[in-house]
Design a protein around this ligand. Structure first.
Ligand SMILES: N[C@@H](CCC(=O)N[C@@H](CS)C(=O)NCC(=O)O)C(=O)O
Length: 225
């Protein structure tokens, strides 16, 4: 049975993409081994298992690698059926995939630009980030989670970085986009999400994240000199 084979995750808890995968496995009660990766000095195992992107996370199931966190989440959901992440209805599934893509492609890209830039470019990127947050606020509406009031699902896991990583991106990047008063539904979602045990146990320490984002800013400053 595919689901019973050895399961490893190559990654690090500092990576928001890795933590999505760990949360999903923990939520489903699936045993796995986290193989710690040093992203400054990537292992030959990682490079051989994800030669295209050379990034974490990689899920290795029975020796077979699967890369890209959203694809891994879908693989997990299809392999271990307990505690589904995606809805059953095709239209609702499409809707969940749409918002997950929006979160990664639009919102994350805007926040990344706000972190990487200064001055006028940063102001524009903050505006784009806030526009994307507003759309997400409307999508969440009065629901407790993106998939409804009952339990977290696929979109919540993809959005997880907004609940935790974004505050350190903002702090180190010297900007503010997430505003509890402007986005009260998102703020309530954040408070609920970070306290869910399968999420809370996988979050990295604030100091680790500050260190990483500071190192990224310093590397940027050195490159632009
Ligand atoms: N689209 C990928 C993004 C993964 C990603 O960017 N991972 C980062 C860590 S957060 C990484 O491995 N970075 C190493 C590098 O870019 O060289 C996914 O969803 O899995």
């Amino acid at each position: 049975m595919a689901g019973a084979e050895e399961l490893k995750v190559l990654g690090t808890r500092q990576s928001m993409f890795t933590v999505r995968v760990l949360c999903a496995l923990d939520l489903k009660g699936v045993d796995y081994e986290l193989v710690q990766e040093d992203l400054v000095n990537k292992s030959s195992l990682l490079l051989s298992l994800n030669p295209v992107h050379k990034k974490v996370p990689v899920l290795v199931h029975g020796g077979k690698p699967i890369a890209e966190s959203k694809i891994i989440l879908e693989y997990i959901d299809e392999t271990w059926k307990q505690r589904p992440l995606l809805p059953e209805d095709p239209l609702e599934r499409a809707h969940a995939r749409f918002w997950a893509a929006f979160i990664d492609d639009k919102l994350m890209e805007a926040a990344r630009k706000a972190f990487m830039t200064t001055g006028e470019d940063q102001a524009k990127a903050i505006e784009s980030t806030m526009e994307a947050l507003e759309l997400l606020e409307q999508e969440l509406g009065g629901k407790k989670y993106f998939g409804g009031d009952e339990e977290i699902g696929y979109v919540d896991m993809v959005a997880g970085w907004i609940a935790y990583w974004l505050q350190f991106v903002e702090e180190v990047g010297g900007f503010k986009a997430m505003d509890a008063a402007k986005y009260p539904c998102l703020d309530a979602w954040i408070q609920n999400f970070v306290h869910i045990p399968s999420v809370a146990q996988n979050l990295p320490s604030p100091d680790d994240l500050r260190d990483i984002f500071c190192a990224m800013r310093m590397a940027m400053a050195t490159q632009t000199k």
